[in-house]
Design a protein around this ligand. Structure first.
Ligand code: KG4
Length: 341
């Protein structure tokens, strides 16, 4: 290894995925993710169970990331960890592990804002000539907890131009899916069903919120009332119409997302648009954003599906940028459950 190489171990444990990744000089060497199936029967993430599963997973996951990267732990320059936002108990596992390991190796720790990680996942390269966005760009960050339009001026200079005033896009997918009797998380099920349905079959409420903010609670209510009224007349309504319902719901969410994204592009005049977060795995959204960018002559950055969910590659990437600035974290810093960009 060249002595001036920078090798970062990233650790992500903000919710229900335990992940570790190694990045050397901006190139991804490994990215290991252990998802927790224990929550499936509860219809959502149970915080206490998540913390316990992280504790079981963290050592084998970090060990696998180091081995798959073909390095030994003494090659590491620093350890980056997700400090927040997320579930406090889950974050504590990754934070404590990073602190302990870095003390043992006598290398610095770097705290990473999970939301920055999602935005910066677009800079993770598998090979040197992979393309990355140029600053400034807009990032539509859509997940189970966030729906934001972010103006990214530099890796450490981000401004939220719009955010949801109630539910996030992922919640709209998941809660409407639950109303249809689909398992949690419902987003991927809606995605799959939507591919076979007619997006114009049903019409649901669209919000009228000024500026660049989002709202999804009206859509959720409108979806619920549509189903409630229809089931009164036909108990098998959902079963008979599930593909059309999914397609119409997904199309409405896409319309809502793209409407504000288009306004943000007009306002900022940037020519690059990226998407990120769990909901950016949605096939319809990926196609719609790509087509929107093509129509408007913009460059689109659609992440690999592996980088849409919580992953440590994005944490290592954000940590790499901070390492270059010698922006390290003190040992008495603690995780935070809530924060903004
Ligand atoms: O970023 P993420 O992994 O974590 C949280 O912020 O919680 O996002 C999870 C969200 C869930 O709401 C899930 O339903 C949604 O991402 N999601 C999808 C798809 N895959 C995951 N939503 C729509 N289509 C998908 N293919």
């Amino acid at each position: 290894m060249a002595s001036d190489s920078v090798t970062i171990l990233g650790i992500e444990s903000s919710c229900d995925d335990t992940s570790a990744a190694v990045i050397r000089d901006g190139i991804l060497l490994s990215n290991v993710i252990a998802s927790q199936s224990v929550h499936e029967e509860y219809g959502g993430v149970v915080p206490e169970l998540a913390s316990r599963a992280h504790q079981q997973n963290i050592v084998p996951v970090v060990d696998a990331a180091i081995r798959r990267a073909g390095i030994c732990k003494e090659d590491l320059s620093a350890i980056a960890f997700t400090r927040g936002p997320g579930l406090l108990g889950s974050l504590l596992v990754g934070t404590s592990f990073a602190k302990g390991m870095s003390l043992g190796l006598r290398i610095p720790i770097i705290d990473v804002n999970h939301l920055h990680g999602h935005v910066l996942s677009h800079f993770v390269r598998r090979k040197a000539d992979d393309r990355v966005p140029e600053f400034p760009f807009l990032c539509l960050l859509i997940s189970g907890g966030n729906s934001q339009i972010i103006l990214v001026r530099a890796y450490n200079d981000m401004e939220i131009l719009g955010r949801t005033i109630d539910d996030a896009a992922g919640e709209a997918f998941d809660k409407c899916a639950k109303t249809m009797g689909l398992p949690y998380p419902g987003g991927p099920h809606i995605d799959r069903l939507a591919a076979e349905g007619d997006a114009r079959a049903f019409r649901f409420a669209r919000p009228h919120i000024p500026g660049l903010d989002y709202s999804f609670s009206g859509l959720k209510t409108s979806f619920l009332y549509t189903l409630r009224d229809a089931i009164r007349l036909d108990a098998d309504f959902v079963e008979k119409n599930k593909a059309d319902l999914a397609a119409s719901l997904q199309a409405t969410i896409i319309d809502i997302l793209l409407d504000k994204l288009a306004k943000a592009v007009d306002l900022t005049c940037v020519n690059t648009v990226a998407i990120g977060g769990g909901v950016s795995a949605n096939s319809g959204i990926r196609t719609a954003v790509a087509e929107f960018c093509e129509r408007r002559g913009l460059t689109a950055f659609i992440p690999e599906r592996a980088f849409t969910t919580d992953n440590a590659a994005m944490v290592a990437m954000a940590g790499y940028f901070k390492y270059l600035d010698r922006d390290f974290c003190a040992y008495d810093e603690v995780p935070y459950a809530r924060t903004s960009i």
